[in-house]
Design a binder for this molecule. Sequence first.
Ligand SMILES: [Zn+2]
Length: 255
Amino acid sequence: MNQHVEAIPALNDNYIWALVQGSNCVLVDPGEPGPALEFLEAGQLNLTGLLLTHHHPDHIGGVAGIRDRHPAPAWGPDDERMPADMETVGEGDSIALPGLDTELKVMETPGHTRSHIVFHGQGMLFSGDTLFSAGCGRLFEGTPEQMQASMDKLAGLPDETRFYCGHEYTESNCRFALQVEPDNPALRQRMNQVRELRSQDRMTLPETLGRDRQVNPFFRTREPSVIEAARGREEMPDERPATVFGVIRRWKDRF
Ligand SMILES: [Zn+2]
């Protein structure tokens, strides 16, 4: 079926992801129209759909401008801040991508925003601003409990799942993760790889869930080393994953 995923860099450090099969294309989280329109034009591609993870402008800002030129259906979470004329999807829903031999499932992952969703299937995960490589999204509208539960859901997907997230934040995320776990060998290895890639202006994505689980402190809130680091940072009433998650997240916010 020869389907592939391409990255379209947008805004400062966003990626718009393009699923392409033959001349058909589905875009994920178009934050601005310009680069997406150029991509479609350059590849003589037919836009067949838009997938949207959450309402932030750097993820949906391109929707209207793109659809002016390429009318296509869009799918996104139930939230009045999402674009009009969009099909609402939620936990467990499946989307058969028009023109592509691909069906993706929806998972609700509140935390970054209250209605954030991700799309997964066929070994891929489009994680928006919930999961970044070696990090996670800020808690703008959710609690540590919610985000911990969202991360646990994602952690339940197979190790070999490749995830495509909304931003190129990997290098700074690894720098922070090394503060939490300076002696984590997998993390040191990932940091070296990421520095090398970035020095050549190459992207650090996609990453696999299996590898990220070894380095991402927000996946590792049950690890003794991460609990210990959290305890050194703040007084904790208990060592529940959500409590540890909250400490690590506040630490990262000030990093
Ligand atoms: Zn966001």
